[in-house]
Design a protein around this ligand. Structure first.
Ligand code: F0G
Length: 283
């Protein structure tokens, strides 16, 4: 059974004002247009479909919010139980609303995202739930569809693909999806990984650190460490210059492009989640 809410086929938007300011040709892959408002829907659709095929009773994940919202929605769609583990007080308001609305079980722990990850794995083993974090290869395979869409929409690979680096699963997924035609990956991570205001990427220890290192090494790319100020400034620019209102973490790709001082290149920034996810970030 294929479980779907109509994910994928998101717009690739030209960003004329930011292109001119930055001196490059900038395009935005707008992943906030997915059904639950983030790129996570791509991988979750496949992971939940496969869980159903295997006869699973339910799914479990740890999350900074978006994976949780996607797991809750797709599990509801499939008639499965969903358990979501979060670090208490660290998840944006609308994401919790999405989880609750879909009837998922929310377990808030007193610990970090990495602690939540361990708890999710423990629950997966103990309660025979399928873990739908990005250690589940179906998640990565599902998310790789975005790279194939970019190839099709652009008629080839861009010079540079820029995206946020939280746990690194999405970087691995794009690299898979691009296959033989790898762009240069420019990744933005929060310098303050433990307490950045970009709560979606508040992840001290990236699960896919080693794979990301190999992707970046192979394409002569880079990982740019971003101050809070740089992140906020790129986030504002997307909304004010281009009308693209995303959540703060989603602007990390653009912030990395700015910080790296790229010029005269065809750049695709993956903008990962909708601004309505985190209304409290806007002040
Ligand atoms: N952007 C958004 C909006 C995210 O929610 C995440 C990760 C990332 C970027 C980073 O992607 O981890 O593949 O490098 N969110 C996860 C979650 C951790 O639980 O929703 P990554």
């Amino acid at each position: 059974m294929r479980v779907t809410l109509g994910e994928g086929s998101t717009p690739l938007l030209h960003a004329p004002r930011l292109s001119e300011t930055l001196g490059l040709e900038l395009w935005v892959k707008w992943e906030g247009a997915n059904p639950t408002g983030s790129f996570k829907d791509r991988g979750m659709a496949l992971a939940v479909s496969r869980a159903v095929e295997r006869g699973a009773a339910g799914v479990v994940c740890a999350s900074t919010g978006n994976t949780a919202a996607a797991a809750a929605a797709y599990a509801a769609r499939a008639g499965l139980r969903a358990v979501v583990v979060t670090s208490g007080g660290a998840v944006a308001r609308s994401k919790l609303a999405q989880v609750r609305a879909a009837g998922a079980e929310l377990r808030e722990i007193d610990g970090t995202f990495n602690d939540a990850h361990h708890e999710a794995q423990r629950l997966a083993d103990q309660e025979e739930l399928v873990n739908v974090n990005s250690i589940n290869p179906d998640r990565i395979e599902g998310q790789s569809s975005a790279a194939r869409e970019v190839l099709e929409q652009l008629g080839g690979a861009p010079d540079v693909l820029a995206l946020p680096f939280g746990g690194g699963g999405n970087t691995v997924a794009y690299s898979r999806g691009f296959g033989e035609t790898q762009p240069r990956f420019v990744l933005g991570e929060a310098a303050r990984r433990c307490d950045t205001f970009a709560s979606a990427i508040r992840i001290a220890e990236p699960v896919h650190r080693e794979e990301v290192r190999r992707v970046v090494e192979r394409c002569a790319g880079e990982v740019v460490s971003l101050s809070e100020k740089r992140l906020a400034s790129a986030w504002h620019a997307l909304a004010r210059e281009e009308g693209i209102f995303c959540e703060p973490a989603s602007a990390a790709g653009l912030a990395a492009v700015e910080a790296a001082g790229l010029r005269d290149a065809l750049v695709v920034c993956v903008v990962t989640g909708h601004g309505l996810k985190d209304p409290d970030a806007v002040r």
